[in-house]
Ligand binder design. Structure first.
Ligand code: APR
Ligand code: PHB
Length: 390
């Protein structure tokens, strides 16, 4: 087989890159090791920055997002028994976020891909990227029991944190930076109308909680838990009880409903440098992970592939390597900004290890400052809705 760009991974990064390249007339083959059903059923986050919404719209994959996505101008921070609204639109010249599940984004992108008639192979195995430092890289894989060699010009490593692409970069070249947090998130999807019109980030002595939304009928909620907690220790009743306590306010009740899905995710910050090695370009979770508190994971992945698509278009169009050569540096500027913002939101809002009283006082002071100073609120707002330049 031969193509121009081999894309490994059919998550938001790989699928979006394929669509952007298709619009530029650049060929690609997407190789995904899971089934379509599995990829479309994976429940993840769901907050889109303004810039990402605009990109999906321009790329012709924004129609259902525009119809079903929930546009929010603000978020709420809750602490010491009070809720404070951050009016992000007012603080950022009118920018907003769109709440639209990553699952839905992936479904729309897969539909768009299949409509192009270009290759998207599910359930591939034994994927190996080779000859990265040559002008003829290739990807070996098996599919439906047969071995294949995919010759290409470039390889996009969009295969997530546990993928095969990052480990193909020689250890002598690769630098990784990481931080593990001593807590995780237990997230639920519930068949009940959201009890608030906007997201609520709650700081509570029993731990963090987040009220988010998926649709007028479906809520998405999270509670801070231990990273190694066993989900079996969290029957639905206990989850609702904890959410009621952490999100509860006098005169306000959280509506409960049937729990459709629940899971625990550990929290880490992780960055790989460089994001390029020869003809291999890493994008999304394959190169970096942020804790979900800043809602940056999906948005960062899309920003990476926007830059990669621009760089590949300039290379195929004008033969220039300028943007390919600056790809890693350009991405990492935004990655570290998002890493800082996500770490900051995480350390401000989560119950610290050992309930360190000094840290709790610092958190309370930070929360009072962010909800009383226009300058501090603007910092949060502009990072949350997405910075144009970094
Ligand atoms: N071969 C082929 N595909 C693979 C392989 C492999 N060896 N390993 C992993 N994959 C696939 C996974 O099954 C997944 O579908 O690569 C895809 C990677 O997708 P994501 O993990 O969703 O990563 P990305 O596209 O970068 O999107 C980042 O996902 O995890 C969230 O919070 C994160 O929102 C962020 C977004
Ligand atoms: C979600 O809706 O799943 C969500 C929202 C905000 C976050 C993380 C997840 O910070």
């Amino acid at each position: 087989m031969r193509t121009q760009v081999a894309i490994i991974g059919a998550g938001p990064a790989g699928l979006t890159l394929a669509q952007l390249l298709h619009l530029e007339g650049i060929e690609s083959v997407i190789l995904e090791n899971r089934s379509r059903e599995y990829v479309e059923a994976r429940v993840r986050a769901g907050v889109l920055e303004q810039g990402v919404v605009d990109l999906f719209t321009e790329a012709g994959v924004g129609e259902r997002m525009a119809r079903e996505g929930l546009v929010h101008d603000g978020i709420e921070l809750q602490f010491a028994g009070e809720r404070h609204r951050i009016d992000m639109a007012a603080l950022t010249g009118g920018k907003a976020i769109t709440v639209y599940g990553q699952t839905e984004v992936v479904k729309d992108l897969i539909e768009a891909r299949l409509a192009t008639g270009r290759p998207l192979l599910f359930e591939v195995d034994d994927v190996r990227a080779e000859e990265l430092e040559s002008e003829r890289p290739r990807v070996l894989f098996t599919h439906e029991g047969a071995q294949h060699v995919l010759d290409c010009d470039m390889i996009a490593g969009c295969d997530g944190f546990h993928g095969v692409c990052r480990p193909t970069i020689p250890a002598s070249v690769l630098r990784t930076f990481s931080r593990e947090y001593p807590f995780g998130w237990l997230g639920i999807l519930a068949a009940v109308a959201p009890s608030n019109d906007e997201l609520v980030y709650a700081h509570h002595e029993r731990g963090f909680a987040l009220l988010s939304l998926r649709s007028p009928e479906i809520s998405r909620l999270y509670v801070q838990c231990r990273p190694d907690e066993d989900i079996a220790e969290w029957p639905d009743a206990r989850i609702w009880e904890e959410l009621q306590i952490r999100l509860g306010l006098p005169g306000w009740t959280l509506a409960e409903g049937h729990v459709l899905e629940k899971g625990i995710t550990p929290m880490r910050s992780f960055v790989t440098e460089p994001m390029r090695h020869g003809r291999l370009f890493l994008a999304g979770d394959a190169a970096h992970i942020v804790p979900p508190t800043g809602a940056k994971g999906l948005n960062l992945a899309i920003h990476d592939v926007r830059l990669l698509a621009e760089a590949l278009t300039e290379w195929y169009g004008a033969g220039s390597e300028r943007l390919l050569d600056s790809y890693s540096t350009d991405c990492l500027r935004r990655v570290w900004r998002a890493e800082h913002f996500s770490w900051w939101m995480t350390t401000m809002l989560h119950r610290p290890e050992g309930d360190d009283p000094f840290e709790v006082r610092l958190q309370e002071s930070q929360l009072r400052y962010v909800t009383s100073s226009r300058a501090a609120a603007t910092t949060l707002a502009e990072n949350y809705v997405g910075l144009d330049t970094v």
